[in-house]
Design a binder for this molecule. Structure first.
Ligand code: ARG
Length: 451
């Protein structure tokens, strides 16, 4: 780090108050450290939930007789107006250590001494834990909405292409004819349905309110933590204040769910990129990029970028796990770092889900090339084997007989679907195999079991 690199920013901190400092803290902070340690540029995104948390906390103070109803009303009205004022540019949040202090400092400047009562029985430790859970609640809703839209996009894609035969691949070689609905079902619908169930776990993990836990040991005042918990829609107050301020398990579960969604989307993208390079799907120009040099290109950039994003989601999960590992019980300033990571994880996940929804709209399957690929890949071989089994040949015998047939056809420069009666007679195999060569019929027959 270059010495003095915060000098410009540090000037802006000259006016900063020190509401979280006393004589015991010792003098004033070094301005460069001050500028470097602030989380305001990142946690200002918590403003709305921070205000909601404070409004609920005030309710608890009123219920406990620590504020009069009138005092509570005045504080709540001022707090509730703040996010709108900031959004409209009428108020600029004071530059403070974090959003929580910025709100309190602004409140002090706005309503005067009454603001000195706001932080009664509360610490930024239970405050930030509450904010994060409230933010997570909204974040979950965003991810679920994006998943819902992708699901609708999948329905539309399946209505267009679902019954189209295409190759399923093993080891990236043509394996067996399937219907396209089974491919997108495996690539997106089924895994994302499992991811949704994982997100339900996060919902459970954010069900209890941290408010009342204070810095780590609660407080001795007559504040019923049920009151803010209920006001904020939590199921219950904290059951252990040490755990309430230090646990970020829900963040880990959420980042893992996002990383897994990322992997699922990336796998789908890898499929699309290969299908596109094999000429079995086509992308409209709306989602394909060109080359700055080669005039003929139409590249699957949307899918490559979403595939690349999976690496970021995984990195975010690892960043959170390594931040939390080895921390003792309770709050540590290290925890401040969790926000930028989880914000990026959620924003990236929602964007990728939207991009895949858009990509699906512009992704067309090419039925004829799919059939040709199945024929070229001798994908009917397993059907022929199963036909022999159905007329009494033991599987391993039939498997070797069809294998020999594939080999002799290939030696003659032909595919299995080009079988003729003569080839079968030469191999001593029944002519009924000639009725089993339709790769499209094979796909439908196989898929009938999987509605
Ligand atoms: N800004 C901090 C965070 O985001 C909250 C402040 C808690 N600070 C403290 N000294 N206990 O985690």
């Amino acid at each position: 780090m270059t010495p003095g690199c915060f000098a410009g920013i540090a000037d802006r901190f000259a006016a900063m108050s020190s509401i979280a400092r006393t004589d015991a803290t010792g003098g004033t902070l070094d301005p460069e450290f001050l500028a470097w340690q602030t989380s305001l540029p990142i946690d200002r995104r918590l403003l709305e939930v921070d205000v909601a948390g404070s409004v609920a906390h005030v309710e608890g103070l009123v219920a406990g007789g620590l504020l009069t109803r009138e005092e509570g009303d005045e504080l709540q009205a001022a707090l509730q107006g703040l996010p709108g004022k900031v959004a409209r540019g009428e108020v600029e949040l004071p530059v403070e250590e974090d959003v929580h202090m910025a709100v309190e400092v602004w409140l002090r400047a706005t309503v005067g001494e009454l603001a000195d009562k706001l932080h009664t029985g509360r610490s930024r430790n239970d405050q930030v834990a509450t904010d994060l859970k409230l933010w997570t609640r909204a974040a979950l809703a965003r991810v679920l909405a994006a998943l819902g839209q992708l699901d609708a996009g999948l329905d539309a894609w399946i209505a267009r292409w679902g019954e189209t035969p295409m190759p399923a691949y093993t080891h990236r070689q043509v394996a067996i004819p399937v219907l396209a609905r089974l491919w997108v079902g495996a690539a997106l619908r089924e895994p994302l349905a499992r991811d949704r169930r994982l997100l339900a776990v996060v919902e459970d993990e954010i069900a209890d309110s941290p408010l009342g836990a204070g810095a780590i040991g609660g407080n001795t005042l007559p504040i019923d933590p049920q009151v803010p918990a209920r006001a904020l829609g939590f199921a219950r107050p904290p059951s252990n204040p040490l755990d309430a301020v230090g646990s970020r398990d829900h963040t880990l579960t959420l980042a893992f769910a996002c990383a897994r969604i990322g992997q699922h989307l990336a796998r789908f993208c890898a499929d699309v990129i290969e299908l596109s390079s094999d000429g079995l799907v086509t992308l409209s120009g709306a989602v394909a990029c060109g080359s700055s040099m080669m005039p003929h290109k139409r590249n699957p950039d949307l899918f490559e970028l979403v595939r690349g994003q999976a690496a970021l989601r995984q990195g975010e999960l690892v960043a959170l796990m390594t931040t939390f590992q080895g921390l003792g019980t309770g709050y540590h300033r290290d925890l401040q770092q969790d926000k930028q990571v989880i914000f990026a994880s959620i924003d990236g996940t929602v964007d990728c889900l939207k991009m895949i929804t858009l990509g699906l709209e512009h992704l067309d399957l090419l039925p004829e090339p799919c059939l040709r690929a199945l024929e070229r890949g001798d994908a009917i071989a397993t059907d022929l084997t199963e036909h022999l089994v159905s007329i009494g040949t033991p599987f391993r015998v039939a498997y070797r007989q069809i294998g020999a047939l594939v080999a002799s056809q290939r030696a003659a420069g032909k595919r299995l679907v080009e079988l003729e009666a003569e080839d079968l007679r030469a191999a001593g195999l029944p002519l009924s195999l000639l009725e089993q060569l339709d790769v499209g019929a094979s796909a439908s027959k196989r898929a009938a079991r999987y509605r």
